[in-house]
Design a protein around this ligand. Structure first.
Ligand SMILES: Cc1cc2nc3c(=O)[nH]c(=O)nc-3n(C[C@H](O)[C@H](O)[C@H](O)COP(=O)(O)O)c2cc1C
Length: 191
């Protein structure tokens, strides 16, 4: 596969086979990702991979956050319990959750530079993964903005969670939705 083919044909994956990806392959993928551009060579990305039993307490922290921020009812009524169970089961079935974070810089410009580098890292990871026939879903969900969630999983207060990648071998690959022709987005200024 050429990189151009991968750029066009990579898809976000929503359903995964229930098998783990060997750690060496995950390390290879994130090694390729780390060739992302990074201003001042700060390489700001930090990763935590939750897998196997390591997923349980991470997912419990997500559910507690959802209760705190009102996305699910913090009670033991059957409906709420069922909802929590089905969310837990859904998340437990995903082979790996890769949380990506970086130190939150006070300076706004430095902060944007670091976030941009981390996003480049994430897209590199998605593309590298595709070469290994590994699927990913880049997610940003409300618990990532809950400071108590970060504390709950043992991260300091000065940390920005950039994304959680859901990772595994794809069960199915969604169709290519295509993109808006670039002619509708590009202007050439020539004089
Ligand atoms: C910053 C960012 C956050 C995203 N968050 C989510 C998410 O929370 N849930 C989700 O299903 N997809 C999420 N996506 C994936 C997009 O839905 C997906 O890229 C888009 O539908 C195009 O599909 P494709 O990646 O297969 O081309 C996110 C993508 C980006 C770049």
């Amino acid at each position: 596969m050429t990189i151009l083919h991968t750029l066009k044909n990579r898809r976000s994956i929503h359903t995964f086979k229930k098998i783990n990806i060997p750690s060496d392959i995950l390390k290879d993928i994130f090694t390729y990702a780390s060739y992302a551009p990074t201003h001042y060579m700060t390489e700001p990305w930090e990763l935590i991979v939750y897998q196997d039993e390591g997923k349980s307490s991470f997912i419990q922290s997500i559910l507690s956050s959802y209760e705190r921020i009102g996305m699910i009812k913090p009670n033991n009524e059957p409906k709420a319990v069922k909802m929590k169970e089905s969310m837990r089961d859904f998340l437990m079935d995903i082979p790996h959750h890769v949380l990506i974070y970086f130190d939150r810089k006070q300076d706004q410009i430095r902060y944007e530079e670091e976030y941009a580098a981390v996003c480049a890292f994430i897209q590199n990871a998605q593309l590298a993964a595709w070469e290994y026939e590994v699927g990913m879903l880049w997610t940003i969900t409300p618990y990532m903005h809950d400071p108590l969630f970060a504390r709950d999983i043992g991260l300091g207060e000065n940390v920005k969670i950039a994304a959680v990648l859901q990772v595994g071998y794809p069960k199915s690959i969604p169709r290519n939705k295509g993109r808006t022709p670039i002619e509708q987005k590009i202007k050439f200024i020539t004089e």
